[in-house]
Design a protein around this ligand. Structure first.
Ligand code: GAL
Length: 698
């Protein structure tokens, strides 16, 4: 057979600043099938940005392996993204064989809960290979014979510059199959490229307001009476509570799952949901997708399941509408209609030795590898659609995802429990349209309990997952006051956080963002060389890790979490004046500062001119009555403006324009800072009332 030459890709602009090209015959099953509808108007409203390459430079080919593309890469470019990862952010020189899986301890790049075939360049553009196959990304690691690169350096002559991974001028991506589909997202900086990607996927998700409150997952063997008691205990200990998560034991059989209530632990599900619902508490149900023979849907689902079982439970083929309908109708009747608010969908990633083999068959005829690769987004999407039909927002958890997930109301988590890796995962998620929770489960000391609590309070989901530990927020009495304070701070920041999520929805700006998405940030890298046979390792000379231990929350807060035993830490401040959140004092400008840590505080810094609306503490977000008074904090010296967002917090009516924004403005009048507020604009009557202005840095 003759090998086809590398062909120039033919690009078509499919939305403002978004181009698509296809080589060969792309597979119809792709992750974008499960994404939202592109937000064309919001895409058009972004700064115009040009196609990032010479049109005839990206090339592609079909060969014996499948399809591959070659995208140019500049000598200094850094590449971010490719999904959830617990180590590092700059993917340059890495090879990611993307394969949905339980976390492989960082040893195999691309084996993660959420491999996302999308990357962002430091030059401000993004590339998505929209495939449900297992793509391989060679991120500046391969060199074709015709590449224009520097001449090789002879290592035996002691010359400097020899590299085990010499510079390459391309990202190459290959997939098996008969073709592939590729998208390019333009931008004037990396954030704009991420925004375009998120907007093309339907815009970021706006959680229901209660979703940003306190989540507590009960021990797996809990029963209805214990939950009711737990709610009372939270009240007694002065901790807020919004969502209770029930783990496997709520079901009559798990694992595999029956999806039916256990008659001894939960004899009266409706009565139970009414009781907790009266207290403003939402219930979230844990499930995995594997169907127990005991389940009331087992018989009906049989014609729509694959050739293999998982834990002896059948695996539904949810590419089939019939299979979706059976599960969704059951869930609506048994759960949603009586008040369940959402799900934690576990085990959609799996280990190879738990899941179906690659050659398994499914009734739709789709390849088993592809079904596994997108099973997570498929399930998120079908649940999301049913919630949308019910005009009820949901927010839940899922352990696997892929591209196109921005608009899906699910947050990722893992059994892995490294605190540092959890922060890195939060940072990485922002490149890939993912949300991540560094959930807290347990700790070896009060100090660790505090540090993890502080981190999770500054994340997309504040969750104590006590499914195994049975821990309560007050389980370490020596630090209960400190834990309560940070939970209170998170709660008070709700108006700011909810508005940040609306920006995610309407403009595609991730509410929690890597620092490299922030303008004026100069990243620092540390070399991780290592030792080989007692000598400096010559092969590791160019392995660099960029700092990933700080991030942005909303427009103006920089979060610098502290790990247990960390007595001081460095914080890299982007250009511009920065202020301490707690005191309002100036801390620096475009420099790295070293701070002594305090157990009582997670270090937070605010940009000059930052405006932060804070509400009074609330024990439950659904039970707030009347107008909510706001304390509006201003940091620094500069004037500024802020659009405070509000809507009903529960339905999808905001998508039809039922929301409002209130403009908060700070000006300098006769040398003095002064604040003003306009009336709420839009059809939704804002729930925010009186405001008081606090000038933190004056
Ligand atoms: C694990 C999951 C945990 C917990 C547990 C319950 O697979 O990651 O968060 O839900 O199952 O059995």
């Amino acid at each position: 057979t003759t090998i086809a030459a590398m062909d120039v890709l033919q690009w078509a602009e499919v939305a403002p600043g978004v181009w698509k090209a296809t080589i060969g015959q792309a597979d119809p099953l792709t992750p974008l099938n499960y994404a939202g509808t592109p937000k064309q108007d919001a895409l058009a409203a972004l700064e115009p940005a040009a196609f990032p390459f010479e049109k005839d430079v990206p090339v592609g080919q079909i060969n014996a392996h499948g399809a591959n593309v070659r995208i140019p890469l500049g000598a200094r470019e850094k590449i971010y993204g490719l999904g959830l990862d617990f180590v590092g952010i700059n993917r340059r020189k890495e090879v990611h064989h993307q394969h949905v899986d339980h976390y492989a301890q960082g040893k195999l790049k691309g084996r993660t809960h959420a491999p996302v075939p999308f990357y962002v360049s430091s030059d401000g553009y993004g590339v998505l290979v929209n495939t449900a196959h297992r793509p391989s990304f060679y991120v500046g690691s391969g060199n074709r014979k015709d590449s224009k690169l520097p001449t090789p350096v002879d290592r035996t002559t002691n010359k400097k510059g020899w590299s085990s991974r010499p510079l390459s001028d391309a990202v190459e991506v290959s997939v098996t199959g008969d073709g592939l589909e590729i998208f390019v997202f333009a931008g004037n900086n990396p954030l704009e490229a991420v925004q375009r990607y998120n907007l093309y996927c339907g815009g970021g998700v706006l959680p229901p307001r209660w979703g940003l409150g306190f989540w507590h997952r009960m021990h797996t063997q809990t029963d209805a009476a214990t939950v009711v008691q737990e709610i009372a205990d939270f009240e007694e200990h002065g901790f807020p509570l919004d969502v209770i998560g029930l783990e496997p034991g709520w079901q009559s059989f798990a694992y595999p799952c029956s999806f039916d209530w256990d008659p001894t632990r939960f004899p009266d599900p409706k009565g139970f949901l009414d009781t907790v619902g009266d207290k403003g508490i939402r219930i979230n149900l844990w499930e995995n997708p594997y169907i127990s023979p005991e389940s009331s849907i087992s018989e009906a689902m049989k014609p729509y399941t694959g050739s293999h079982t998982v834990w002896l439970g059948e695996v539904a083929d949810y590419t089939l509408p019939e299979a979706q309908k059976i599960l969704l109708d059951h869930h609506q009747a048994k759960h949603l209609d009586i008040g369940v608010s959402g799900y934690k969908f576990d085990e959609v990633d799996g280990y190879d030795y738990w899941l179906w083999p690659d050659h398994a068959t499914f009734p739709s005829g789709h390849d088993a590898v592809q079904i596994r690769q997108v099973y997570g987004v498929m399930i998120q999407n079908m649940l999301m659609n049913r919630f949308r039909e019910l005009n009820q927002r949901t927010y839940g958890l899922v352990r696997s995802s892929n591209a196109g997930a921005s608009n899906l109301g699910f947050v990722l988590y893992s059994d892995y429990y490294g605190h540092e890796g959890y922060i890195t995962a939060l940072v990485n998620s922002s490149f890939s349209g993912l949300l991540w929770t560094p959930e807290i489960r347990n700790a070896d000391s009060g100090e660790e309990w505090v540090r993890r609590f502080q981190s999770v309070c500054f994340s997309p989901m504040l969750q104590l997952d006590a499914w195994n530990s049975g821990k309560k927020p007050w389980s370490y009495p020596e630090v209960t006051g400190i834990v309560r304070d940070v939970v209170e701070l998170r709660t008070r920041l709700l108006p700011y956080l909810y508005t940040a999520f609306s920006e995610y929805n309407q403009k595609g700006v991730p509410p929690f963002r890597a620092m490299v998405l922030e303008s004026g940030y100069k990243s620092e890298e540390k070399e991780v060389g290592g030792v080989l046979h007692g000598e400096k390792n010559p092969y590791a000379e160019t392995n660099r890790l960029e700092s990933t231990d700080q991030y942005m929350m909303g427009p103006s807060i920089l979060v610098a979490p502290v790990l247990e035993k960390q007595k001081q830490r460095d914080v890299i401040l982007p250009q511009g004046d920065w202020y301490d959140f707690y005191t309002g004092a100036f801390v620096g400008n475009g420099e790295t500062i070293t701070i002594k840590t305090k157990l009582e505080q997670i270090p937070l810094f605010v940009k000059d001119g930052g405006i932060i609306p804070m509400m009074p503490m609330a024990a439950n977000l659904s039970k707030i009555e009347g107008k909510i008074p706001l304390e509006i904090r201003h940091y620094g010296k500069s004037a500024g403006a802020y659009e405070l967002y509000d809507d009903d917090g529960e339905t999808f009516d905001f998508e039809k324009g039922v929301f409002s924004t209130t403009r908060l403005e700070i000006r300098r009048v006769d040398g003095e800072l002064a604040g003003s507020k306009t009336a709420a604009k839009g059809p939704w009557p804002s729930r925010y009332g009186e405001v008081s202005w606090v000038f933190m840095s004056e």
